[in-house]
Design a protein around this ligand. Structure first.
Ligand SMILES: *Cc1c(COP(=O)(O)O)cnc(C)c1O
Length: 433
């Protein structure tokens, strides 16, 4: 592949990076008692080879998808960009503890300090970097509420890539600020289904007036990437390499908790859509449980309107509606499941990360479903105690933690993954209030 002038922005600047920004990503595959089931070729149902994924992803990410070594070095250029907002804060929620009257010590790890307001740039920057390094000039992707599209547009702007996004129709209509955010970073955003792709045109015909879904938008973005050798596709969650990139969250949290004197928390709550912020926070703790016998309990909190872990089947399924993606072994509600248009758009996905699904299936992680009203109510309790208005997605983790803390009788240590802030999701709260 040719290198383009854009790639000159890939050189590190040589700026100093805060020492708590991890130097490596942590790969849970190294510590699992049984390997994660491989992704399968949809035609042959044989495990995918690297060449099968090459039309969509750069080779470095394909290798990370199947990597088994425990630590993978983070490129200096990526660490420098992480250093713009990382390490993210780990905060003791004293006022929430007092409001709940709980003896528990509650901490939250806050990813809302990133430029787009969520954890997603942790992988967007890494994916844009490896793509640019291998000569990709454009990335396509899908987005739900818009955080992923905004994150990839941000990463594309910093690393010199064009970004084209298909956004789930219901969010495109109800959350215009995310589209404006994408456009401010130079990204292009279409509502999905669109009439720009074959998959989109077929869906508009079979599902007239549909509110769209992530599975539909993935079909459109994959189709466009597969047709152009200089265009690759980028996924914001679900895949193993995305879980890997997010582990900066949990590695930082472990160091920060140790400094706070609570090195081994009793329980960690994360919200789960495709599983990436949850995996990013919990996998380093899970690895330590497996290697050292610590007993930190890990809880995935999903919306009861889209309950893939608690009610889905664990089997091979497609990641998209049209059946263009590899088959992934995961907890799934079925590729044709169209979730209701809940406020937590980032949690509206029919499947779940194969690594998270595997961990839940092995009993290494628990899962609960939280209703939308309970989640938003918890978001308000949190906002009125701690000041931060959580993203509607994050409120599911907050709700899980609050319910647990209310029942606590001991000074146990609870960690909440606060995956983002709700500054651009305020309509969700106004409808609830
Ligand atoms: C996208 C998003 C999620 C859901 O995605 P995961 O891959 O499950 O983390 C959760 N919280 C926020 C703030 C998001 O933007």
């Amino acid at each position: 592949m040719t290198t383009t002038p854009l790639n000159r922005s890939l050189e590190p600047l040589g700026v100093s990076i805060p020492s708590k920004v991890p130097t490596h990503w942590y790969n849970l595959a190294a510590d699992l008692p049984e390997p994660v089931p491989p992704h399968l070729h949809p035609g042959t149902r044989e495990p995918l080879g690297p060449e099968d994924l090459a039309p969509l992803f750069p080779m470095s990410l394909i290798m990370q998808e199947v990597a088994t070594e425990r630590y993978i070095e983070i490129p200096e250029t990526v660490r420098e960009i992480y250093g713009m907002w990382r390490p993210s804060p780990l905060v003791r929620a004293h006022r929430l503890e007092r409001a709940l009257g709980t003896p528990a010590r509650i901490y939250y790890k806050y990813e809302g300090v990133s430029p787009v307001g969520s954890h997603k740039p942790n992988t967007a920057v890494a994916q844009a970097y490896y793509n640019a390094l291998e000569g990709t000039t454009k990335l396509t992707t899908e987005t739900g509420a818009g955080q992923w599209g905004a994150s990839l547009s941000f990463a594309g702007a910093l690393l010199g890539l064009e970004v084209e996004v298909w956004q789930v129709r219901s969010s495109f209509d109800s959350k215009p600020y995310r589209r404006i955010q994408m456009e401010a970073y130079g990204g292009i955003c279409h509502p999905s289904p669109s009439d720009l792709t074959e998959a989109g045109r077929a869906l508009l015909k079979s599902h007239p007036g549909t509110s769209g879904s992530l599975g539909m938008a993935i079909s459109e973005a994959v189709e466009v990437a597969a047709q152009d050798p200089n265009t690759h596709y980028s996924l914001g969650s679900v895949l193993n390499h995305v879980m890997l990139h997010q582990t900066v969250i949990g590695q930082e949290a472990m160091v920060q908790l140790e400094e706070a004197g609570d090195a081994v928390p009793d329980i960690v709550f994360g919200c789960a859509g495709g599983g990436s912020n949850l995996a990013g926070l919990t996998f380093p703790f899970l690895g330590r449980n497996l290697r050292e016998g610590t007993k930190t309990r890990l809880v995935a909190c999903e919306p009861s309107a889209c309950p893939s872990l608690t009610e889905g089947e664990y089997r091979y399924d497609f990641g998209d509606v049209a059946g263009l993606t590899p088959l992934l072994k995961m907890h799934t509600l079925g590729k044709d499941f169209v979730p209701p248009a809940i406020h937590a758009g980032g949690l509206r996905y029919h499947g779940m990360s194969p690594m998270v699904s595997h961990a839940v299936n092995l009993g290494l992680m628990d899962a609960i479903a939280v209703g939308q009203d309970e989640a938003l109510q918890a978001g308000l309790v949190f906002a009125r105690a701690e000041g931060i208005i959580p993203a509607p997605e994050s409120t599911h983790a907050v709700a899980g933690a609050i319910a647990h803390a209310r029942n606590a009788t001991e000074p146990e240590v609870i960690v909440i993954g606060l995956s983002g802030n709700g500054q651009l999701d305020l309509p969700a709260y106004s409808q609830y209030v």
